[in-house]
Design a protein around this ligand. Structure first.
Ligand SMILES: Cc1cc2nc3c(=O)[nH]c(=O)nc-3n(C[C@H](O)[C@H](O)[C@H](O)COP(=O)(O)O)c2cc1C
Length: 178
Protein backbone atom coordinates (compact mmCIF):
# COMPACT_ATOMS: atom_id res chain seq x y z
CA UNK A 1 0.00 0.00 0.00
CA UNK A 2 1.41 3.37 -1.03
CA UNK A 3 1.37 5.59 2.05
CA UNK A 4 1.41 8.77 -0.03
CA UNK A 5 -1.63 8.12 -2.21
CA UNK A 6 -4.35 10.65 -1.43
CA UNK A 7 -2.19 12.66 0.95
CA UNK A 8 -1.91 16.43 0.66
CA UNK A 9 1.65 17.65 1.13
CA UNK A 10 2.69 21.28 1.41
CA UNK A 11 6.21 21.38 -0.04
CA UNK A 12 8.23 24.38 1.09
CA UNK A 13 11.44 25.48 -0.61
CA UNK A 14 13.95 27.76 1.10
CA UNK A 15 17.08 29.17 -0.51
CA UNK A 16 19.82 26.78 -1.57
CA UNK A 17 21.29 24.99 -4.55
CA UNK A 18 19.37 21.84 -3.56
CA UNK A 19 16.14 23.44 -4.81
CA UNK A 20 16.72 21.38 -7.96
CA UNK A 21 16.15 18.28 -5.84
CA UNK A 22 12.81 19.71 -4.67
CA UNK A 23 11.66 19.60 -8.29
CA UNK A 24 12.41 15.87 -8.38
CA UNK A 25 10.76 15.38 -4.98
CA UNK A 26 7.63 17.19 -6.16
CA UNK A 27 7.44 14.99 -9.25
CA UNK A 28 7.90 11.83 -7.17
CA UNK A 29 5.20 12.84 -4.68
CA UNK A 30 2.72 13.53 -7.47
CA UNK A 31 3.62 10.25 -9.13
CA UNK A 32 2.96 8.47 -5.83
CA UNK A 33 -0.57 9.89 -5.80
CA UNK A 34 -0.14 12.81 -3.40
CA UNK A 35 -1.35 16.33 -4.11
CA UNK A 36 1.39 18.90 -3.64
CA UNK A 37 1.05 22.59 -2.79
CA UNK A 38 4.34 24.42 -3.24
CA UNK A 39 5.34 27.43 -1.13
CA UNK A 40 8.65 29.19 -1.82
CA UNK A 41 10.73 31.79 0.01
CA UNK A 42 12.09 34.76 -1.91
CA UNK A 43 15.58 33.22 -1.81
CA UNK A 44 14.27 29.90 -3.16
CA UNK A 45 13.02 31.76 -6.23
CA UNK A 46 16.63 32.66 -7.02
CA UNK A 47 17.40 28.96 -7.42
CA UNK A 48 14.20 27.57 -8.98
CA UNK A 49 11.30 29.27 -10.74
CA UNK A 50 7.76 29.11 -9.44
CA UNK A 51 6.77 28.35 -13.04
CA UNK A 52 8.64 25.03 -12.94
CA UNK A 53 7.22 24.10 -9.55
CA UNK A 54 3.70 25.00 -10.72
CA UNK A 55 4.11 22.82 -13.79
CA UNK A 56 5.37 19.87 -11.73
CA UNK A 57 2.76 20.19 -8.96
CA UNK A 58 -0.15 21.19 -11.19
CA UNK A 59 -1.08 23.94 -8.74
CA UNK A 60 -0.32 27.65 -8.47
CA UNK A 61 2.70 28.30 -6.24
CA UNK A 62 2.42 30.63 -3.22
CA UNK A 63 5.33 32.93 -2.37
CA UNK A 64 3.81 35.78 -0.39
CA UNK A 65 1.81 36.10 2.80
CA UNK A 66 -0.07 38.93 1.08
CA UNK A 67 -1.26 36.70 -1.78
CA UNK A 68 -5.02 37.26 -1.97
CA UNK A 69 -5.77 34.24 -4.15
CA UNK A 70 -8.25 31.82 -2.66
CA UNK A 71 -6.40 29.02 -0.88
CA UNK A 72 -7.71 25.94 0.88
CA UNK A 73 -11.20 26.87 -0.31
CA UNK A 74 -11.25 30.04 1.80
CA UNK A 75 -11.46 33.61 0.56
CA UNK A 76 -10.00 35.39 3.58
CA UNK A 77 -6.59 36.60 2.32
CA UNK A 78 -4.80 34.29 4.78
CA UNK A 79 -2.79 31.70 2.83
CA UNK A 80 -0.70 30.94 5.93
CA UNK A 81 -3.81 29.63 7.71
CA UNK A 82 -5.59 27.99 4.80
CA UNK A 83 -2.63 26.19 3.26
CA UNK A 84 -1.48 24.64 6.52
CA UNK A 85 -4.96 23.63 7.72
CA UNK A 86 -5.52 21.34 4.73
CA UNK A 87 -2.07 19.71 4.81
CA UNK A 88 -1.34 16.16 5.96
CA UNK A 89 2.27 17.29 6.40
CA UNK A 90 4.54 20.23 5.65
CA UNK A 91 7.89 19.23 4.15
CA UNK A 92 10.55 21.91 3.76
CA UNK A 93 13.15 20.70 1.26
CA UNK A 94 15.65 22.16 1.08
CA UNK A 95 15.67 23.70 4.55
CA UNK A 96 18.35 26.39 4.65
CA UNK A 97 20.43 27.18 7.73
CA UNK A 98 18.74 30.56 7.81
CA UNK A 99 15.26 29.07 7.60
CA UNK A 100 15.90 26.67 10.47
CA UNK A 101 17.27 29.52 12.59
CA UNK A 102 14.04 31.42 11.94
CA UNK A 103 11.88 28.49 12.97
CA UNK A 104 13.78 28.09 16.24
CA UNK A 105 12.80 31.63 17.18
CA UNK A 106 9.22 31.40 15.98
CA UNK A 107 9.87 34.10 13.41
CA UNK A 108 7.18 34.63 10.81
CA UNK A 109 8.04 37.50 8.48
CA UNK A 110 7.30 35.68 5.22
CA UNK A 111 4.78 33.06 4.10
CA UNK A 112 6.71 29.80 4.61
CA UNK A 113 7.90 30.47 8.18
CA UNK A 114 4.56 32.08 9.04
CA UNK A 115 2.74 28.99 7.80
CA UNK A 116 5.01 26.66 9.82
CA UNK A 117 4.32 28.69 12.96
CA UNK A 118 0.57 28.93 12.31
CA UNK A 119 0.05 25.26 11.48
CA UNK A 120 -1.99 23.08 13.85
CA UNK A 121 1.04 21.59 15.62
CA UNK A 122 -0.73 18.45 16.88
CA UNK A 123 -2.11 17.33 13.53
CA UNK A 124 0.25 18.69 10.86
CA UNK A 125 3.80 17.31 11.17
CA UNK A 126 6.69 19.48 10.01
CA UNK A 127 9.55 17.68 8.28
CA UNK A 128 12.77 19.43 7.29
CA UNK A 129 15.41 18.24 4.83
CA UNK A 130 18.46 20.43 5.51
CA UNK A 131 20.96 21.27 2.78
CA UNK A 132 24.02 23.45 3.09
CA UNK A 133 27.78 23.78 2.88
CA UNK A 134 29.68 21.52 5.31
CA UNK A 135 30.95 24.45 7.41
CA UNK A 136 27.41 25.80 7.77
CA UNK A 137 26.18 22.33 8.70
CA UNK A 138 28.80 21.65 11.36
CA UNK A 139 28.63 25.16 12.85
CA UNK A 140 27.55 25.03 16.51
CA UNK A 141 24.70 27.46 15.79
CA UNK A 142 23.19 25.13 13.16
CA UNK A 143 23.61 22.03 15.32
CA UNK A 144 22.10 23.87 18.31
CA UNK A 145 19.15 24.96 16.17
CA UNK A 146 18.54 21.41 14.97
CA UNK A 147 18.55 20.11 18.52
CA UNK A 148 15.99 22.74 19.51
CA UNK A 149 13.78 22.03 16.49
CA UNK A 150 13.75 18.33 17.37
CA UNK A 151 12.90 19.16 20.98
CA UNK A 152 9.98 21.24 19.64
CA UNK A 153 8.64 18.19 17.79
CA UNK A 154 9.95 18.91 14.29
CA UNK A 155 11.37 16.03 12.27
CA UNK A 156 14.79 17.07 10.99
CA UNK A 157 16.10 14.57 8.46
CA UNK A 158 19.74 13.68 8.20
CA UNK A 159 22.02 15.00 5.47
CA UNK A 160 24.18 13.18 2.97
CA UNK A 161 27.92 13.45 2.50
CA UNK A 162 29.86 14.06 -0.68
CA UNK A 163 30.76 16.73 -3.20
CA UNK A 164 29.14 20.10 -2.63
CA UNK A 165 28.21 22.89 -5.03
CA UNK A 166 30.84 25.12 -3.38
CA UNK A 167 33.58 22.68 -4.43
CA UNK A 168 34.14 21.23 -0.97
CA UNK A 169 33.47 17.69 0.18
CA UNK A 170 31.68 16.77 3.39
CA UNK A 171 28.35 16.60 5.23
CA UNK A 172 25.42 18.84 4.35
CA UNK A 173 24.00 17.62 1.05
CA UNK A 174 20.23 17.26 0.94
CA UNK A 175 19.10 13.63 0.94
CA UNK A 176 18.13 12.31 -2.48
CA UNK A 177 14.42 12.78 -3.27
CA UNK A 178 13.55 9.07 -3.11
C1 LIG B 1 24.82 30.64 -4.59
C2 LIG B 1 24.28 30.50 -3.19
C3 LIG B 1 24.05 29.25 -2.70
C4 LIG B 1 23.54 29.08 -1.42
N1 LIG B 1 23.32 27.82 -0.97
C5 LIG B 1 22.83 27.64 0.27
C6 LIG B 1 22.59 26.33 0.76
O1 LIG B 1 22.80 25.33 0.08
N2 LIG B 1 22.11 26.19 2.02
C7 LIG B 1 21.86 27.27 2.83
O2 LIG B 1 21.46 27.06 3.96
N3 LIG B 1 22.06 28.53 2.37
C8 LIG B 1 22.52 28.74 1.13
N4 LIG B 1 22.73 30.02 0.66
C9 LIG B 1 22.35 31.15 1.51
C10 LIG B 1 20.86 31.39 1.54
O3 LIG B 1 20.35 31.54 0.22
C11 LIG B 1 20.55 32.61 2.42
O4 LIG B 1 20.92 32.33 3.75
C12 LIG B 1 19.10 33.06 2.33
O5 LIG B 1 18.92 34.16 3.19
C13 LIG B 1 18.12 31.97 2.72
O6 LIG B 1 16.82 32.51 2.74
P1 LIG B 1 15.53 31.68 3.14
O7 LIG B 1 15.90 30.84 4.30
O8 LIG B 1 14.51 32.70 3.45
O9 LIG B 1 15.14 30.87 1.96
C14 LIG B 1 23.25 30.21 -0.61
C15 LIG B 1 23.48 31.48 -1.14
C16 LIG B 1 23.98 31.63 -2.41
C17 LIG B 1 24.20 33.02 -2.94
Amino acid sequence: MNELAGKHIVLGLSGGIACYKAAELCRALVKAGATVQVVMTEAAEQFMTAVTMQALSGRPVFTSQWDARTSGGADNNMPHINLSREADAIVVAPASADFMAKLVHGRADELLSLMCLARPIESVPLILAPAMNREMWSHPATQRNIEQLRADGTTVLDVGAGEQACGETGDGRMLEPD
